[in-house]
Design a binder for this molecule. Structure first.
Ligand SMILES: [Ca+2]
Ligand SMILES: [Ca+2]
Ligand SMILES: [Ca+2]
Length: 231
């Protein structure tokens, strides 16, 4: 939601209708929670649990229902003005994701475990390749990278247990803790596991083209090109 105030709905296993006349600035973040954010005690406990220090963060709730562990739909919808006054509004999908708990979706975001994080805001929400499982970071964009090393905080929390790069546990962007020849930044960009040497970059084809070899490999959408050619 960017620009003018609008009324939106999140639907699926859970549902929440935003109040009218609210706005979220372009690139901004809002949070929808399962409890009433007007309950100061619950809100304080939630902020403390997830270390949310942004006092201006807009928090809405409560949502009703529960998201399924095996799969569900989360959609952002906006009302369409009816042709005739008095007719009911219809709802238009602005963005949508229908997730699952099996490959190609991240399988370790099942139940009380890591959350699904979106790597690019403008990719198709139903594309499993733009999501990864990481520690919950409510109120932050999934791509938040507070130390600016190219590794998102959520990815760091998931794999190293902290958001900032540290030399002691080889969590810097250029480190290679599993010794598979890929740096942590390369592991992130290619969607592999920085602590599993059996999870390196894998080429899906190697062929000769006009000026040299052409290598193809799968990547997470929005992170880098899947097609490199040596020069
Ligand atoms: Ca970082
Ligand atoms: Ca590595
Ligand atoms: Ca690896």
């Amino acid at each position: 939601m960017a620009g003018a105030a609008q009324r939106c709905e999140s639907g699926g296993g859970i549902s929440f209708t935003f109040p009218t006349n609210i706005s979220i600035p372009a690139g901004g973040v809002a949070l929808v929670v399962p409890f009433d954010p007007g309950d100061a005690q619950s809100l304080a406990a939630f902020r403390a649990r997830y270390n949310i220090t942004n006092s201006t963060l807009q928090i809405f709730g409560p949502w009703s229902g529960k998201l399924g562990n095996r799969g569900d739909r989360v959609a952002l919808e906006r009302p369409l003005t009816p042709d005739l006054p008095g007719d009911p509004y219809s709802w238009v999908i602005v963005d949508e994701m229908i997730y699952g708990n099996q490959t190609p979706w991240p399988t370790n975001a099942n139940g009380r475990s890591p959350s699904l994080h979106r790597t690019v805001a403008n990719g198709c929400g139903n594309n499993s390749l733009i999501w990864f499982a990481g520690a919950p970071t409510p109120g932050q964009a999934s791509t938040a990278d507070r130390d600016g090393d190219g590794l998102p905080d959520a990815w760091m929390l998931q794999h190293f247990g902290h958001a900032d790069a540290q030399a002691g546990d080889l969590s810097r962007a250029g480190d290679d803790p599993d010794g598979d020849g890929l740096t942590n930044l390369q592991e992130y960009l290619t969607g592999s596991d920085p602590h599993d040497a059996g999870s390196p970059l894998r080429f899906t084809s190697v062929a000769m083209s006009g000026s040299g070899p052409r290598l193809r490999f799968p990547v997470l959408a929005g992170r880098m090109t899947p097609d490199w050619q040596a020069t």
